[in-house]
Structures are given as structure tokens and as C-alpha cells.
Design a protein around this ligand. Structure first.
Ligand code: PMP
Length: 335
């Protein structure tokens, strides 16, 4: 009999699936790590568990405490899941570009949310970072996990995501590709894979056009529509020495790939997943990776959180992605 004691026991151990249709012209194997199969629906479940464990041990989080964090949604779900099982209250601040369905999911998990303006930068007192800081200080028992600076974020990937990829590829993985938000995924997973392979595994970041991580001379820092990735500052969770290369992807190409992953591979994933796959395919082509190379690309979350945006034709047309809709929609039988 296999009965798990709590949903949190099911965090991690996500599968690798070969991409077969969106990889035209690529000789290497591209394998996607399907993080939406975590119980909260994203890779962020991993960091939530390790961050809360560590805060309990250090005494920063005490029984009856309140977890306050700025999050685009996924970290909130992970923290809420773990908090529920341990009796903590959760409050999340998020920028107003985050979709309604993501906000509703957080509320469904019992979290309280505070919505802040997207155009308020990190130095602005109205920003979701600063609002969270103020709440965590003002509320008795308040604890601010600070996923951008917390070493337990990257460490969770070092101890789980990295070893899973190494074992599931029979130690044959040659490249690892992931989007960079806090940088925790790429830094922790990448560090493990580099250590265990003696430096052989190449680590490739994926970043939205407009973000700081991939900005070269002449590139501007500006807003973009892909959620959960890119930044306008360097968080401590991102270790720049781990990435060998960073491939910059615009919203259009990321969203086209996101819709193709659903329609052609049966993978309903979010925009940062589409972005990461564009980076993987582009890198494999540009470096002419051959049949002996195995590229693992991490797909952080599910497309269910983007049904009224990337998967909504009206939203896509209104935001300048009409050709993506035309390219990925079959004609309806009934108009
Ligand atoms: N994609 C999505 C949808 C995310 O929510 C996040 C986390 N912000 C990432 C990618 C990037 O992960 P990390 O923070 O570990 O760099």
C-alpha cells in the first residue's frame, strides 16, 4: 500500500520528456523537465519546502508565524502549500500584470494577496518588493523568505533538480537550459551538474528581451509580457559564474513556442517554458549540437495560469501577437 502522509511529500521527482515536433533541424536530443507535475503546479514547490524548513530551524519562523513574500504566483502557491500543512498564515504581494487566475489560485490556497503597480521599480515604495518588506516588519510573527536572496532557493535545486536530471539521463546530460527569474533554478541545478560532471555540462540561461541578465551593449531594459523571468536588478540567488551563455528571447517568439508546445507536443505550459525551449532550440542549432548531445530544458509551470492571456486569441491579438494566433489556430468548423 502506498499512501503519502501529505501532498508536500510529492514535491520533486518530475519526469523528462523528449520534444519531437518543435525541434525541427536539431540533431541533439532535447528533453523537457516537466515541473508542472509538482503538486502546486511549478518548480517553486521545491524552494518553498527548503526555505520554510530552514527558517524553522533558524528560529526566523515561529509557530503561528506569518509568511510575507513578493511573488508572481508560483512561489506563493508553493509557500502556501507548505504553510497550510504547518499552520502558518501567508500574505503575498504581486504586480498587477499577474493574471486573475493566478491571483485566484493563491486565494484558493488560503493566502491573502496585495496587488501593486507593475511599473513601480524595486526602488519605488509602491513596488511589490517594498510593500512586502513593510508588511513583514509591521505584522507580529512576520517572516519574509526573500526568494531573491535566500540561499535555500538555489540549494533546493542543487539537492533535488540537479541530481534528478543527472540520474534520469544516466549521467549523459550535456547541456542544461533554464529561464532566469530569481536565478535559483539555473544557479543551483547548474552548480550541481557542473560539479558532478567535472565541468562538462554546459549551463545556458534563457532571458526575456528587456531584462538585465542578457542585456548587451545597446540593449534596453524595458517591460515585457513573459511572466516569472527576467529582472531589472541582480538578485543574490543568481550566481553569474554558473551560466556559460544566456540566450535572449522576445515575447513573440516565446509565445509562439508556448502555443506550439501545447498544440504539437501536448505540453500545456507557461510563457517562460516556451521561452526556455526557444533558447534550447536556438542554442542547439547555432552550436550545431550533434546526436550525442542531450539538452535538458526545464519547463517551470503549467499553461493553466495563462488561459486568459497566451491561450486567449483576443488577448493575443490585442497585444500584437495576431500572427501567433494565425500560425497556431486551426480553422473552426462552425463560425
Ligand atoms: N518561470 C516561472 C513561471 C517562474 O515563476 C519562475 C520563478 N520566478 C521562473 C520561471 C524562474 O525561476 P528562478 O526564479 O528559479 O530563476
Amino acid at each position: 500500500m502506498t499512501i503519502h502522509n501529505s501532498i508536500t511529500e510529492l514535491i520533486g521527482h518530475t519526469p523528462l520528456v523528449k520534444l519531437n515536433h518543435v525541434t525541427d533541424g536539431v540533431k541533439a536530443t532535447i528533453a523537457a523537465k516537466i515541473e508542472y507535475l509538482n503538486p502546486g503546479g511549478s518548480s517553486k514547490d521545491r524552494i518553498a519546502e527548503r526555505i520554510i524548513d530552514a527558517a524553522e530551524r533558524s528560529g526566523e519562523l515561529k509557530p503561528g508565524g506569518v509568511i510575507v513574500e513578493p511573488t508572481s504566483g508560483n512561489t506563493g502557491v508553493g509557500l502556501a502549500l507548505v504553510a497550510l500543512s504547518r499552520g502558518y498564515r501567508t500574505i503575498f504581494t504581486l504586480p498587477d500584470k499577474v493574471s486573475q487566475s493566478k491571483r485566484d489560485v493563491l486565494k484558493a490556497y488560503g493566502a491573502e494577496i496585495v496587488v501593486t503597480p507593475t511599473d513601480a521599480g524595486p526602488d519605488d515604495p509602491r513596488s511589490y518588493y517594498q510593500v512586502a518588506d513593510r508588511l513583514a516588519k509591521a505584522i507580529p510573527g512576520g517572516y519574509r523568505p526573500n526568494q531573491y536572496d535566500n540561499p535555500n532557493g538555489p540549494d533546493s535545486h542543487y539537492h533535488t533538480t540537479g541530481p534528478e536530471i543527472w540520474e534520469d539521463t544516466d549521467h549523459k546530460v550535456t547541456h542544461f537550459v533554464a529561464g532566469i527569474g530569481t536565478g535559483g533554478t539555473i544557479s543551483g541545478t547548474g552548480r550541481y551538474l557542473k560539479e558532478v560532471s567535472g565541468g562538462a555540462v554546459k549551463v545556458i540561461g534563457s532571458d526575456p528581451a528587456g531584462s538585465i541578465y542578457s542585456a548587451g551593449p545597446g540593449d534596453t531594459i524595458h517591460q515585457y509580457d513573459i511572466e516569472g523571468v527576467g529582472e531589472d536588478f541582480y538578485p543574490k540567488a543568481f550566481d553569474r559564474t554558473i551560466t556559460d551563455d544566456i540566450v535572449r528571447v522576445n515575447d513573440h517568439d516565446a509565445f509562439l513556442m508556448t502555443r506550439r508546445l501545447a498544440a504539437e507536443e501536448g505540453l500545456l505550459v507557461g510563457g517562460s517554458s516556451g521561452m526556455a525551449v526557444v533558447s534550447a532550440v536556438r542554442y542547439a542549432k547555432e552550436h550545431d549540437l550533434d546526436e550525442n548531445q542531450i539538452v535538458v530544458v526545464l519547463l517551470p509551470d503549467s499553461g493553466r495560469g495563462y488561459l486568459e492571456k497566451i491561450f486567449n486569441d483576443d488577448w493575443m491579438r490585442a497585444h500584437g501577437y495576431a500572427d501567433v494566433v494565425e500560425a497556431t489556430t486551426r480553422p473552426s468548423l462552425v463560425e
